[in-house]
Design a protein. Structure first.
Length: 609
């Protein structure tokens, strides 16, 4: 019921203000407001002499605010878990909870035995590994030093990607280990795929409902408030991307190179989007039109048929849905399982059966949806039935290659084009080939900023930095140096860069040379692997400069690594450990501990993929 001038003691302006405010309040906020008004009336005579905050003090002492303490821990590599943990914390606090929120790497593990309510938000890296800032807590929890947690209630939100074999493995490990230590699930663990927003919001709803031990109405109110808040986006984000105009799209590689690397400049004018060096840009790509047409033909579908593809049952033509909405280039085990159930295909069911794990792993890694349709003769499957099993195209994240201070209202990307042939067909990197072949200046791309608090310049501009970024891994270091040039930072800078050939693959060569000349870049070591008889990579250059590099570490230098996670990042980590052993006289265990300590101090940060 709305307040009116005729049914309340308020004038028109007051009634309108209250009608806008009251529907937005949670039950706790309504109780708080009632207590505040009562306290104000009860102390009216003292109000003239008391400070304006006096009624608030009375309320704080008397209002029935929930005082449950909750600890929220997150483990994040690219920032998604961090962002979700902070969103969860805000909602808990709005509903009267006292929240301690921390990255796992910064959390004092000894405090865990005192915690009654624990909420974990964690992603999984590579082959089922925890993110860097979760490793110390993960190892503590799985060690003999972990305490009994018989009084603990907990819940886990796990982020992952179903295209990886060890989907959400870190979250699963935490869930299992907390139970082994005596903890009781507050709500069941939720495993999220790459399109995680709705699943994460539902988990938050469940957690809030379980924690709200007051009346059912209060719990419902908390859940309702959260659901509303997560669905409405008031600014550009991953769920509401900005259409950024392309200003420039150039190939950075020289003539004769067998590589193609695009330098793409986008306008953020009018978006109010902000970023810092170390952040990433999310780009929602489109599938290759040729692949879409081949898939429609192979299935015997009508390209103009309407299929659901969007929120609230929105429908699009089949071709548009496959082009812009559904993922068709990556296969996952859940998808194959669902297709097998839909079609009862005996060959596909055999591939998924026990004893064929290695064969399935290879098939998933090397094939796409068109292969699946052709290899298992799926022609004639209903378009609505099959598209209902597909997941949305996930955004591609690229390390930002520019400083906003140096390039206001712009964001730059460095993208290696992926093309290769296998099983008799040419394959395309979805976003990289779109940028290379079908995006020109004046076009627009749907984008959002992915903040990454785990890959940031040191707080002190005097801190020396060592940057290791072969190939497109050099992108964020272009942003780092652009920022340091603009801010006049005094700290020394050292870049290790590598690629195939000096003459054709030296990305941003002129810019590095200018920064070296002007002192923004103190020193640079390069490794061009195909220009020598023996292949030389960045880790070899690091070992060659071990004495100087160790001295920089002793001076407090921060180390940054960006690029390939599967091989390069491991080789660089091993090189750092070897340098500590060789120059510092440390044992392998001591070198490992040294690097772990550097990570905890944010002096060793990685942006790997």
């Amino acid at each position: 019921m709305e307040l009116q001038v005729t049914n309340s003691p308020f004038n028109q302006e007051q009634a309108e203000l209250l009608n806008r405010l009251l529907p937005t309040l949670t039950d706790n906020q309504r109780i708080w407001l009632g207590g505040y008004i009562a306290a104000s009336l009860g102390t009216a005579t003292a109000a003239t002499a008391a400070p304006a905050s006096a009624p608030l003090a009375v309320l704080t002492e008397n209002a029935p605010v929930i005082s449950k303490e909750v600890t929220v821990l997150f483990g994040s590599q690219t920032g998604n878990s961090d962002r979700l943990a902070k969103k969860l914390t805000k909602k808990l606090e709005e509903n009267g909870f006292q929240v301690t929120v921390s990255a796992m790497g910064s959390y004092k593990s000894n405090n865990l035995k005192k915690v009654e309510n624990l909420l974990i938000v964690v992603s999984t890296q590579g082959e089922g590994e925890p993110p860097d800032n979760a490793i110390p807590f993960y190892e503590f929890l799985h060690s003999k030093r972990a305490p009994k947690l018989d009084t603990l209630r907990y819940s886990v939100l796990a982020l992952g990607d179903t295209s990886y074999e060890f989907f959400c493995q870190t979250g699963k490990d935490f869930d299992k280990r907390l139970e082994e230590l005596g903890g009781k699930q507050l709500t069941p663990r939720v495993d999220c795929d790459v399109d995680f927003d709705e699943a994460a919001a539902e988990w938050m709803n469940q957690v809030l409902g379980a924690l709200s031990e007051g009346s059912s109405a209060q719990a419902a109110g908390a859940v309702s408030q959260l659901a509303t808040s997560t669905e409405v986006e008031s600014e550009y984000s991953r769920t509401n991307p900005f259409r950024a105009e392309v200003l420039e799209n150039l190939n950075l590689n020289g003539r004769g190179s067998d590589r193609e690397t695009r330098h793409v400049e986008l306008s953020l004018e009018g978006s109010n989007l902000q970023y810092e060096p170390g952040d990433s840009l999310g780009v929602y790509p489109e599938n290759h039109p040729r692949l879409v047409d081949e898939l429609i033909e192979a299935l015997g579908w009508n390209a103009d048929e309407l299929v659901p593809a969007g929120k609230n049952g929105e429908e699009r033509t089949l071709r548009e849905a496959l082009l812009r909405y559904y993922e068709i280039t990556v296969l996952t085990k859940p998808l194959l399982t669902q297709v097998a159930e839909l079609t009862s295909n005996p060959e596909l069911m055999n591939l998924l059966s026990a004893g064929h794990e290695a064969e399935l792993r290879t098939y998933l890694a090397e094939h796409d949806l068109l292969d699946l349709v052709q290899d298992f003769n799926l022609k004639g499957v209903s378009s609505r039935a099959l598209t209902a099993l597909l997941r949305k195209i996930p955004a591609r994240l690229y390390s930002i290659a520019s400083s906003l201070k140096a390039n206001p209202d712009e964001v730059h990307l460095t993208v290696r084009t992926v093309r290769y042939e296998t099983h008799g067909r040419e394959r395309y990197g979805v976003c990289s080939v779109q940028l290379a072949e079908r995006v020109e200046a004046g076009d627009t791309l749907p984008v959002f900023i992915q903040n990454n608090p785990n890959f940031k310049l040191p707080e002190s501009s005097d801190t020396p930095i060592i940057m290791i970024g072969p190939g497109t891994g050099v992108a964020p270091f272009r942003a780092f140096l652009g920022e340091r040039e603009e801010t006049g930072a005094e700290g020394k800078t050292w870049l290790f860069y590598g690629d195939q050939h000096f003459s054709t693959d030296f990305l941003y060569q002129v810019e590095w040379q200018r920064w070296l000349k002007e002192g923004v870049l103190t020193r640079m070591d390069v490794a061009f692997s195909r220009d020598t008889d023996q292949k030389v990579y960045v880790q070899h250059r690091m070992l060659e400069k071990s004495k100087e590099l160790y001295q920089w570490l002793q001076e407090g230098a921060a180390v940054y690594v960006c690029g390939d996670e599967k091989k390069m990042a491991h080789d660089v980590h091993a090189a750092l450990a070897a340098i500590l052993e060789q120059e510092g006289g440390l044992s392998p265990e001591e070198a490992s501990d040294y690097l772990t300590q550097m990570q905890q101090q944010k002096r060793y940060q990685r942006d790997v993929y």
